[in-house]
Design a protein around this ligand. Structure first.
Ligand SMILES: O=P(O)(O)OC[C@H]1O[C@H](O[C@H]2O[C@H](CO)[C@@H](O)[C@H](O)[C@H]2O)[C@H](O)[C@@H](O)[C@@H]1O
Ligand SMILES: O=c1ccn([C@@H]2O[C@H](COP(=O)(O)OP(=O)(O)O)[C@@H](O)[C@H]2O)c(=O)[nH]1
Length: 907
């Protein structure tokens, strides 16, 4: 509808605003276009239907795909295993081209908004150069570009890996039972061929790609393609759409190449599925198999977002509706009406594939005839079974199985003049198919699993006058959209399907009308054009979104600059986190990682550089960690460095005793109640654990089932925020896969001020610190430590402010007891004694006594700050984080090993 009241903002601020605006623009441009087309009688859709219906179908495809270029059209490279035409070689350099059958082809042929080129396999082996040249030329007229696959590759990649492994697996059929072992053995060869074939597709895309093109990869045949394309050119806009179901992660995880395929698909910018369920399964597989976080937008790994969403496909409904008026279709209709006069017509149209549930459908029909004798000569089932993948043995077996059942039933219920089942092992032309759809009383779709099933849409589009009934498997994607108008059935339940046939045949006209209207509206509004336009629009937008996000993600640490600067400075400070920063990487997917994690250990490759660095008199190292004192003692006791345990609440130079940096009024009365809650959740969440420290308590579900862990954490947080302890003076800190509770105001940033004061004093520092490197995998709350060192604006660091704090340092921080007995709250109160200056500062900032202000920075002596950081000598780095307030990022512990080793070499 043109001219509704919604006016999207001109400068959209959010992703949704951008997409809504784009949709409005599309609608209005389509409206203008159709008005123009109306004037000159040159409507795209008419060209399409004429083309598709004319005698020379192949040239028609050319027209369909190559609708005249208009400057506003975006170039779209559609890459699918199969081209919309298949070639049959007739001579050395001549080919006969036929339209390929299948939902993907029918859907994409209706898409006219783009300047489209198809890249794919023409379904024929062309080993010789002459033949390849001739076919390339013939296809070029249709804007189709061939990928030449030889017979061996086709056998291993298409018949083998695609159709014998991925196809059954994605449709929940498992691997063929009797040759399971053979399949297992040949798996690797087939997978290698799959990768090789995908690379061949990529090579052709790369050759034809132009800047700004959208590359849309299709289906399970090409899961490796997004990775190949992005490796070649990471600027390419790459989308990937799956036309089959994506199964539960429990099924996908049985695939030996499960991780590899997921990672390859994740290289795309946008990943699309027919239904929300398939998208959900995919995200869940990424979380459970790869350990990558799922977000409401998709899957995010190290700051790279792959958007994942549902884009239900549709058909070019107009084409079917218009076709019904054509004389060819009317002739077919007349013939069919005469042929089946006095009988109700039931229809099945499927590729002869195991997933379509053809035997189940026929058996249900048999049961219906068995139980309803009065219908036996009044109903006929027309089953069109289009041969497909005939080289795969499972498909060959299916053909004989279906023939046998049909023969048996026709023998049982047939008469000399009529049989109940008409079974055709071939495809029909478009006119015949439309006529069949139109005379049908009941369409029967009994797929055991089906990505979408376009036959059900096409049937509905052709039923404007008859308003027949659709019986639809609940396991077809179409059930999500046509569910309200169709009779949904479980195809495995033959009794239920038989009963539904009876119900459908007897359905009163008013109920048929209502059901039909609902489905017709859906089919005519959710078209293939809409589907493609929405996908491409979201793909374009994903790139915009990624660029916006990129600006929020800090750059990688420039190692060389950090090292050069280090070597030129005289008084350096290195602050290091422990967990994930100095530890070895652990596998979070439950393969022994938990044991390692519970006993944190320094990465062995770091021992040498840490030793060297800690012995350099110009360098001070602080390990600033959430871990307890004992853990830091055990790991770092041998080095000459400062240890700041429990987020800086305890401090020690390795050659001295522990002291506390805690304020006197630190309240820990809440610990027992929280511990009680954590125990409860640990008992109910397998592989989760909690750790009681002296100033905090942490529940971790890093090794638990991620999705269950997240649900439990939500429940736990809800309880902490709103339950009986909600008024206690504590901070609830949510980590990636943990929940931590601390006394109010405990954070690394709050503690660093005091730690620095102690170090400056104890070292008797005369020169300002002229280099700070602060690296950590810190919680957002603790990232305040990065901000502490950020150089201030000139107006803030006036001499006045510095002078005021000239003697700021607790005269002596209290020693910490090593005893762990007794109530913690009273223990802290007894232990802590503050200097006058410190107490005064705390009173002044009573809302958050630990928050350092710019004026509280430690000074060496009157007027001179301990920090001489001008910006280029300060390096804050977040480790393995997506977003951070740090200036830089380091990706892995391996990067830290490299960096610290380089620094050590310059010590
Ligand atoms: O090319 P073939 O191996 O002969 O197979 C034909 C196509 O079958 C599959 O179609 C799927 O796509 C339809 C449209 O999205 C969907 O409605 C249907 O449920 C799917 O089964 C396959 O995914 C295509 O790649 C094949 O070309
Ligand atoms: O004789 C036939 C039978 C079917 N089809 C087309 O094949 C497609 C089947 O698509 P569907 O999504 O139902 O299943 P798929 O075969 O892709 O799994 C539909 O567009 C049908 O119009 C066809 O062109 N000729």
């Amino acid at each position: 509808m043109q001219g509704n009241n919604y006016i999207p903002p001109l400068t959209p601020r959010s992703r949704l605003e951008r997409l809504l605006r784009e949709r409005e623009l599309r609608k209005s441009s389509r409206y203008t276009q159709s008005a123009e087309d109306g004037k000159d009688g040159n409507r795209d859709s008419e060209q399409l239907s004429d083309a598709f219906l004319s005698e020379n179908e192949v040239e028609d495809v050319a027209e369909t795909v190559a609708v005249e270029d208009r400057p506003r059209k975006q170039r779209l490279l559609v890459v699918a295993n199969r081209l919309p035409v298949s070639a049959v070689r007739e001579g050395v350099d001549s080919y006969h081209l036929e339209i390929s059958v299948g939902g993907l082809v029918s859907a994409l042929l209706g898409v006219k908004e783009f300047d489209t080129r198809w890249i794919g396999w023409a379904g024929v082996n062309v080993p010789d150069e002459v033949g390849q040249k001739a076919l390339t030329k013939a296809l070029a007229e249709m804007r189709c570009i061939p990928v030449f696959l030889d017979e061996d590759i086709v056998n291993e990649y298409y018949n083998g890996y695609c159709n014998n492994i991925l196809w059954p697996l994605f449709h929940y059929l498992g691997l063929p039972q009797e040759d399971r072992l053979a399949t297992t053995r040949s798996f690797q060869t087939q997978f290698d061929a799959y990768k090789k074939a995908n690379q061949m597709f990529a090579d052709v895309v790369n050759k034809h790609y132009q800047d700004g093109d959208v590359v849309w990869c299709h289906d399970y045949h090409l899961m490796f393609l997004p990775r190949c394309l992005k490796e070649y050119n990471d600027k390419m806009k790459v989308g990937w759409f799956l036309h089959t179901p994506f199964p539960s992660s429990e099924i996908h995880r049985t695939l030996p190449s499960r991780s590899y395929l997921l990672r390859s698909v994740l290289a795309a910018d946008l990943v699309g599925f027919h239904t929300y369920d398939y998208a959900r399964h995919f995200v869940s597989a990424c979380t459970r198999i790869l350990g990558i976080e799922g977000t409401p937008e998709g899957v995010e790994d190290q700051g790279k977002l792959t958007r994942v969403a549902a884009f239900p496909i549709g058909i070019d409904s107009e084409r079917f509706i218009r076709a019904l008026a054509l004389p060819e279709v009317q002739n077919h209709l007349k013939e069919l009406k005469e042929r089946f006069a006095g009988r109700k017509v039931m229809l099945g149209v499927d590729r002869l594939d195991m997933i379509k549930g053809i035997p189940q459908k026929i058996l249900a029909f048999e049961k219906f005839l068995e139980e309803n004798a009065h219908w036996r000569d009044k109903v006929v089932l027309l089953q069109i079974a289009v041969p497909t993948r005939t080289d795969v043995s499972e498909y060959q077996k299916l053909t004989s199985q279906v023939h046998e059942i049909v023969g048996r039933i026709n023998g049982r219920f047939g008469t000399l003049t009529a049989v109940p089942i008409h079974h055709l092992d071939r495809s029909l032309d478009f006119h015949a198919l439309c006529a069949l759809y139109a005379i049908t009383d009941v369409a029967l779709v009994t797929s055991l699993r089906d990505g979408m099933n376009l036959v059900s849409y096409e049937f509905v589009a052709c039923q404007a006058s008859k308003k027949g009934v659709l019986i639809l498997s609940e396991f077809a994607g179409a059930a999500q959209s046509l569910g309200a108008g169709a009779i949904l059935v479980n195809p495995w339940n033959i009794t239920e399907v038989a009963a539904s046939i009876g119900y459908a045949l007897d359905m009163p006209a008013d109920e048929r009308e209502k059901r039909h209207q609902f489905n017709f509206k859906h089919v005519t509004t959710h078209t293939s054009q809409e589907w493609a336009a929405t996908f491409v629009s979201e793909l374009n937008d994903t790139i915009v979104e990624a660029q916006l996000r990129k600006r929020q993600v800090p750059p990688l640490l420039p190692n060389k600059v950090a090292v050069d600067c280090y070597s030129k400075s005289n008084n350096r400070l290195i602050i290091l986190g422990f967990n994930t920063t100095l530890t070895e990487p652990v596998d979070t997917l439950g393969r022994g990682g938990q044991i390692k994690e519970m006993e944190l250990k320094v990465h062995p490759d770091l021992k040498e550089p840490l030793k060297k660095l800690s012995e350099d008199p110009k360098t001070t190292i602080i390990v600033l960690s959430g871990s307890g004192r004992a853990v830091l003692d055990k790991n770092f006791g041998e080095y000459n460095m400062w240890l700041a345990a429990e987020n800086g609440m305890f401090l020690r130079l390795t050659s001295s005793e522990w002291m506390t940096t805690m304020p006197e009024n630190l309240n820990m009365d809440w610990v027992d109640s929280v511990k009680h809650v954590f125990e409860y959740f640990t008992e109910r969440t397998p592989r989760s654990h909690f750790e009681l420290r002296e100033t905090s308590i942490i529940w971790s579900y890093k090794y638990a089932d991620v999705e269950f862990g997240r649900l439990q954490a939500r429940d736990l947080l809800q309880h902490l925020w709103t339950g009986p302890i909600s008024n206690a003076s504590l901070d609830v800190v949510q980590g990636g896969r943990s929940v931590e509770v601390r006394a109010v105001g405990v954070s690394k940033g709050a503690a660093i001020d005091r730690i620095l004061g102690e170090i400056v004093h104890s070292k008797g520092m005369k020169e300002p610190i002229d280099y700070v490197l602060c690296i950590g995998h810190f919680l957002a709350k603790d990232e305040d430590v990065y901000k502490f060192f950020e150089p201030e604006l000139p107006s803030e660091s006036s001499p006045m402010a510095k002078a005021m704090l000239s003697n700021y340092r607790p005269s002596s921080l209290p020693r910490a007891s090593s005893s762990k007995g007794g109530s913690k709250a009273t223990y802290y109160k007894k232990q802590r004694s503050m200097s006058n200056i410190e107490r005064r500062e705390i009173e002044r900032t009573s809302s958050d006594p630990w928050r350092p202000t710019s004026r509280e920075r430690t000074s060496l002596h009157e007027g001179s700050s301990v920090l001489d950081l001008k910006g280029d000598n300060y390096f804050s780095c977040a480790v393995a984080r997506k977003r951070s307030s740090a200036r830089y990022l380091l990706k892995t512990s391996h990067d830290i090993v490299n960096l610290l080793s380089d620094l050590a070499d310059h010590s």
